[in-house]
Design a protein around this ligand. Structure first.
Ligand code: UD1
Length: 378
């Protein structure tokens, strides 16, 4: 039996390992072992995802917690190396582009353990993004690449990687999206989600915002929140707030711009309403019927594309060009006028036609497991 470590650390990783865990459970000869680095640790940011996505309790939790990039990456490396030496995995599978991805990748390769990267090859070409450094560094030492879109494969080949090591498989995040949607049907996942949605008028907007470049400086955060406030005059905005963003809202004194969702449930036909971070199903239940998603996340660009929901990405670049070329995504940066003008179009029901990228069909994890079987179950 070959032992495959599935490493996850931050919120966007959990939906990427969930379908792999499921596919590996029914595969003879391969055993998936879940390693949670603990980069994210609040219940709402981590455990709730393990539960609702059916991953269960991780086999190992390294409990590294927060810190500067160097501290966090180093802590993961130290603890993950000890674990690998003890458990001797045959392959380490990392996903996405967070600090846990690159930290676990470096450890695996230096111990000469095979390294597979799911969601490989994406490039924003913006090296001021920590995630771009994580992507480049991880791919530089990866043995087996799984790509979500053709551009990912092209980037890897342009960087000199051997085409035989690159598998274009589609997107595990979309596997999770379609699976969770099929389980949810029209039933609200929780009373909270139900009560928010009942109160919303027909048209509403969902927003996520957490990128350091957007939320760590008062001027940029203010500009973005002011622009969104203008859109909130046309349709209410539900804003589940990341802990990093919440800290800065308090530090900069911006509470008035984003009042918390009132207990009295007085959602009006306009206004911006801040909530705690929502679980996967609760948030999906809300955004799947939104007239617009405003975001600076990587994954939301893809998830909205898969469901053809208008999406405005408030970043200067995207590493996921297929979401713009084929999908429902528009990249505006943090230019207030662009955000407002694009947002008004979405609220008015005027948006570009979009399609679903190739192989975003819910079967990426099956393709990955087939590729792993061909290598490890011969
Ligand atoms: C990380 C990822 C980012 C991803 C995001 C999703 C890196 C470099 N960045 O950013 O790519 O889009 O996760 O959320 O890996 N905090 C809590 N509770 C938690 C986790 C974090 O309060 O459970 C707070 C802490 O103050 C922490 C801060 O949020 O310092 C930032 O967390 P961190 O993991 O460093 O980065 P994210 O901004 O979450």
């Amino acid at each position: 039996m070959k032992k495959l470590f599935l490493v996850a650390g931050a919120r966007p990783n959990f939906m990427k390992i969930a379908p792999l865990c499921r596919a590996l459970r029914s595969t003879a000869g391969l055993r998936g072992v879940v390693v949670h680095t603990g980069q994210h640790y609040d219940y709402a940011m981590a455990e709730s995802f393990f539960t609702s996505l059916g991953i269960g309790k991780p086999d190992f939790n390294l409990e590294v917690g927060s810190g500067s990039h160097a501290v966090q990456t180093a802590q993961i490396m130290i603890r993950f190396e000890e674990l690998c030496l003890r458990e001797k995995p045959d392959c380490v599978i990392v996903v996405g582009d967070v600090n846990s991805t690159v930290a676990a990748g470096l450890v695996a390769k230096k111990l000469r353990i095979d390294l597979a990267h799911v969601e490989a090859g994406l490039r924003s070409r913006d090296r001021s993004m920590p995630e771009e450094i994580n992507r480049i560094a991880t791919d530089a030492i990866t043995d087996l690449f799984f790509t979500t879109e053709k551009e990912g494969t092209e980037n890897l080949i342009a960087e000199g990687h051997d085409a035989s090591k690159i598998h274009f498989v589609g997107h595990v995040m979309i596997d999770t999206l379609l699976y969770q949607l099929s389980k949810m049907g029209n039933r609200p996942p929780s009373d909270l989600a139900k009560s928010i949605k009942c109160l919303l008028p027909q048209k509403y907007i969902c927003m996520t915002l957490h990128r350091p470049s957007n939320v760590d400086t008062a001027e940029t955060l203010r500009r973005v929140l002011d622009a969104v406030s203008k859109l909130a005059e046309k349709a209410p905005v539900i804003f589940p707030c990341h802990p990093r963003t919440l800290k800065n809202i308090h530090a900069f004194g911006f509470e008035r711009l984003t009042p918390p969702l009132p207990d009295s449930r007085r959602i009006l036909e306009k206004g911006m309403y801040r909530t705690e971070p929502l679980g996967y199903d609760d948030f999906l239940y809300l955004w799947k019927d939104a007239c617009l998603v405003l975001t600076d996340s990587g994954g939301m660009q893809e998830e909205t594309t898969a469901l053809k929901i208008p999406c405005i990405t408030m970043r200067e670049t995207t590493e996921r060009p297929v979401t713009v070329e084929i999908g429902s995504n528009v990249v505006t940066g943090t230019d207030a006028e662009k955000i407002i003008q694009s947002g008004l179009k979405a609220v008015a029901g005027e948006w570009k036609d979009s399609g679903i990228p190739e192989l975003w069909d819910g079967k990426a994890s099956e393709r990955i497991v087939e590729a792993l079987k061909a290598i490890y179950c011969r």
